[in-house]
Write a protein that binds this ligand. Sequence first.
Ligand code: SF4
Length: 258
Amino acid sequence: MFHESYLENPVSLHYRIHPSSPRTIHTGCDHRVHYTQGGGNMAFNPVQRAMEMESLVMKGERRKYYRFRYSLYYGGIVTADTVGCKFLCAYCWNYFRNLRPKRAGDFLSPEEVAERLLEISKKRKCDLFRISGAEPILGRRSAEHVRKVIELVNNTFILETNGLMFGFDPSLVDLFVNLNVLIRVSVKGWDEESFEKITGASGEYFRYQLKALEHLHGKVHFWVAVVYDLFREKGLKELEKRLPIPCRIEKEYLEMYP
Ligand code: SF4
């Protein structure tokens, strides 16, 4: 089953900032991430965007992927890169593919995805897996696709998600019960305002990220990750006050895009 060590001590991930990202966030350190959305009337409904996105990146049970690779994160992990997200985070390293997912990738069935992952796994002697580049869980069809990939690779899978749809629809959590999966929930703010600035989505939807933690609790192994450059100690403390249950929090750091 899963390696407890990933829960206790996952290697911190680094977000890469694309230099031509059109949005700006001041991080309080050397980084400056660009954004023009994420305030006032321009904020969007991320649940609606998730549904629209799912219809663009899913065809039946096939999902769009544009790359398969071995990555050094987590001490080595076989990675499938997909497209399509309900947020438009200012620091997203895959910002433009997620903005226009129609142009990127090919539709692949869970069997095709698992086959490519297992090929790399064999070559690199690595039995840890993940999906990256976008949000894996956009609704039921994409969640069922991910569940099938996890079953087929039949080894430890780290599901990196922003968790919004687990908060919106608790029945999606049940798809991942009793699987060899660890869920890493990237929480995008410490309150409604910071959430809106970071994601471009309306602040009122922040509550679904918190709800997700409640829904996962006791069913699936998970932890919370935050971008510390944006949160700093103040944001972290504010988030701790809002967490519905005690959670381990991993700090991750921004990294300039090469
Ligand atoms: S949630 Fe992740 S994939 Fe989606 S826009 Fe933000 S950083 Fe990119």
